[in-house]
Design a protein around this ligand. Sequence first.
Ligand SMILES: N[C@@H](CCC(=O)N[C@@H](CS)C(=O)NCC(=O)O)C(=O)O
Length: 204
Amino acid sequence: MSLTIYGIAASRAFRVLWAARELGLSYEHVGHHFKGPDVRQPGYLAVHPLGLVPAIVDDGFPLFESLAINLYLARKAGRLWPATLQGEGLVYQWTLFAAAEVEVPMGQWFYHTTFLPEAERKPDIAADAAGKLPRRLDALESALGGRAWLADDAFSIADLNLAAVLFRAPLFGLDRWPGVKDWHARCYARPAARAAVADREARA
Ligand SMILES: N[C@@H](CCC(=O)N[C@@H](CS)C(=O)NCC(=O)O)C(=O)O
């Protein structure tokens, strides 16, 4: 039984490292930087054909796409996985919502307000992204509707995947969405999340 997780913690590998900690998995962490050169080597390209991070190799089985990796690891461990079929449907819904609806505007807003050097920021891209996020946060606020978690009644991989994609949301500001704000804080108060954030901040 061996699991290798590729990608520095200060990247989307953070999502997988958080999940692995939540699941109590033992793993080897290979902190390839997404800027290379390790990710350009044929050995790594056989694991992730685009040379991006993260990726895993689980007992010889390579897999990429951070949120898909998390679904796989949770399903395999039989943990963070809802007991009901409807709960499972919600795991797919919120994971695809994270990838298809939230990741791009969240990332563009962060890049063009904070991350890029000022000269490279494009205010029109930031404004467009900032215009898209409220409807998505409204949807999440109403789905939570006073509930603690997204699927069934327990923290699941649905919460982890969406909260991980919303890592920068507090910077955007969540005061208009108190349910989302509390849910986000609940997710990041978990010991596994705190440890993964600490690794990320250490740029491991
Ligand atoms: N959808 C992919 C995105 C992977 C991705 O873009 N990773 C970044 C690091 S966070 C990367 O490797 N960037 C290097 C590049 O674009 O060349 C996932 O979630 O795993």
